[in-house]
Every structure is written in C-alpha cells, then in structure tokens.
Design a protein around this ligand. Structure first.
Ligand code: HEC
Ligand code: HEC
Length: 264
C-alpha cells in the first residue's frame, strides 16, 4: 500500500514530475493559436458566448427587457443589438473596461478591462464580423493635430459636459467622466460612437483633422509641461491641493513661531 510505504511521498513527487513532463509534451504538441482573422473571430465567439450573450443575445441580436432571462452568474440579461455597431464601438467599450456590464441598469463606466489585449482583439473581430459590420477603429493621430484648434473645438463640443479635460463633469442622468486616462484612439471612438449619454459627432460636425486636434489638446491638458510650481506628477487636483495646503500650513506655523519669539 502506498500509504504504508515509506517511499510514498517520494513516489508521489516522482509522479508529480512525470505529470509535469506529460503536460509539457501536450502543451508543446498543441498548435499555437495563429493570428489568422478566422481564429480571432472563433476565439471571440467563444468569449462572447461566455461573457456577453446573456445581455446581447445570440449572434448579437440584442435582448429586450421583455424577454430578459436570468443569464450567466445571475446577471439579468438585457442589452442592445450589436449589429452594425462595429469594431469602433466594441473596442471602445472593451478597452475602457465598460463592458461586460454586471447590471444592465448601471452606467458603463471605465474600469480595469476584464480582458487582455488578445481577448479584446478577438471580441472586437467577432463583433465586427456580425451582419451589417460597422465602422472600423478610427485612426487618431494627435501629433498631427493643432493645439489651438483642439482647444477651441473642445470648448465648443466637449467642455459643456466634461468641463476641464482632467476633471470631468455631471450631466443629467449620469456623469461625464474625466478624460485623464482616455487614449487618443478612445477619444476618437467616443466622438464617433457617442457612448451612453454622450452625443455622437459625425464627420460633418467634427472632421478627422479636428479629432486629431481635440486628442492633442486633451493629452496636452492633462499633462502640461511644468512651468513654475511644484511638479507633483499631476496626481490630481485634490492631492496637489492638499500638498499645497500642508506646505502653506508649515510655513504659517514657522512664521508664527518667529513672530511669537520676537514679540516675547
Ligand atoms: C452631453 C454630454 C457630453 C458631451 C457634449 C461630450 N461627452 Fe464625452 N462622455 C459623456 C458621458 C456621459 C460619457 C460616459 C459614457 C459611458 O459611461 O460609457 C462620456 C465619455 C467620454 C469618453 C470616454 C472616457 C472614458 O475614459 O471612459 C471620452 C474619451 C469622451 N467622452 C470624449 C468626449 C469628447 C472629445 C467630446 C467633445 C467632442 C465629448 N466627449 C462630448 C458626455 C458627453
Ligand atoms: C449585464 C448585461 C451586459 C453584459 C454582460 C454585456 N453588456 Fe454590452 N451593453 C449592455 C448595455 C445595457 C449596453 C448599453 C449601454 C449604453 O447605452 O452605453 C451595452 C452596450 C454595449 C456596446 C455598445 C453598443 C452600441 O450601440 O454602440 C457594445 C459594443 C457592447 N455592449 C459589447 C459587449 C461585449 C463585447 C460584452 C461581453 C464581453 C458585453 N457587452 C457584455 C449590457 C451588457
């Protein structure tokens, strides 16, 4: 009996090692997933069935409130059709971590993405492969943009909701998030698709060159070159303000001491 055998643990260890060798051989023999478009769509379909179908329906046709059933993990299924939304929308919602939602009634906010880059690629390829396709991921080139034009366009089209680019603002029925973590691509995508309560802006209102300029302005505004003051790495208005207050407090106390000594 292995239990009574003093060499038991040793045997056990050996079979562990054997298992690892077998596993390594199996892994080596498994074909590495190719980067082919078909593979990506196939992988995307698998991920879709696991994480999205409860709300967006079979083949992305959507689930209405009326036929919403309890989906995977107790998530109540209810979501719009994804036919025609395209790679731009899928990439925006997945790369900002807004999808998958946990509750169809919550605002799709930025979170740490639930999927890694390869999985996002696969899901985006799958959504883009659905009937009616949809717009591709826009190519945004902030380096080609013009800062002054970007500022003017931001003030005209975006500041009403997002206020200063780094702070965000409040809109009726939700919040306009700060744009401090949005990438140039996500800025271009948001402008074109109009996520959640945000309006969508077509090429007729904001052309591609203006999108480049807005992206340039937003990236600049949240990380302006330091001119005077303390460089705190732009950790945000509250910590920076706090540090300023603390510093001012220390100076005040020191001044009071000096004055106190002189008076005394
Ligand atoms: C009517 C108000 C409104 C206007 C105008 C507006 N937005 Fe938005 N924006 C929102 C809301 C609300 C969200 C949040 C969407 C969500 O929760 O998915 C958002 C989200 C975004 C995001 C995603 C941020 C993130 O990190 O998740 C970007 C980028 C963005 N907006 C850029 C812009 C730009 C650039 C403009 C101007 C061209 C603009 N918005 C105009 C309301 C607005
Ligand atoms: C709990 C339900 C739920 C789950 C799970 C979910 N979604 Fe959504 N999804 C929604 C709702 C509700 C909206 C509408 C949000 C809005 O108005 O911005 C939405 C919007 C979207 C949009 C934007 C559609 C458009 O009109 O542009 C995309 C793309 C999307 N989801 C993709 C996905 C993907 C991919 C997954 C799986 C990884 C997923 N969602 C999981 C509920 C869900």
């Amino acid at each position: 009996m292995a239990v009574a055998n003093p060499t038991g643990p040793c045997l056990l260890r050996r079979s562990w090692a054997g298992g690892l060798v077998v596993l390594a051989v199996v892994l080596a023999a498994t074909p590495v997933a190719g980067a082919g478009a078909d593979d990506r769509v196939g992988r995307g379909r698998e991920l879709y069935v696991e994480g999205c179908v409860s709300c967006h329906g079979i083949g992305g046709r959507g689930v209405s409130a009326a036929d919403a059933a309890r989906g995977a993990g107790g998530v109540r299924g209810e979501g719009p059709s994804l036919l025609g939304v395209g790679a731009a929308s899928a990439h925006f919602y997945l790369s900002t971590g807004a999808m998958p939602l946990r509750d169809p009634d919550e605002q799709p906010d930025r979170r740490d993405p639930a999927y890694d880059e390869a999985e996002i690629d696969a899901l985006v390829a799958y959504v883009a492969s659905l009937p009616r396709g949809g717009p591709p991921i826009p190519e945004v080139r902030p380096e080609r943009g013009d800062l002054a034009q970007g500022f003017a366009a931001y003030t005209e089209f975006c500041a009403g909701c997002h206020q200063s680019a780094v702070r965000g603002g409040v809109v009726v029925g939700g919040t306009a998030p700060p744009l401090d973590r949005s990438t140039a691509t996500q800025i271009g995508e948001a402008i074109r698709i109009g996520p959640y309560l945000m309006p969508r802006f077509g090429e007729d209102r904001i052309d591609a060159a203006t999108v480049d300029s807005i992206a340039r302005y937003v990236l600049y505004a949240r990380d302006p070159p330091d001119e005077g003051g303390f460089g705190l790495g732009h950790v945000g208005p509250i910590p920076e303000g706090l540090v300023a207050w603390l510093a001012a407090g220390v100076v005040l106390v020191a001044v009071c001491r000096v004055i106190g000594k002189r008076a005394g």
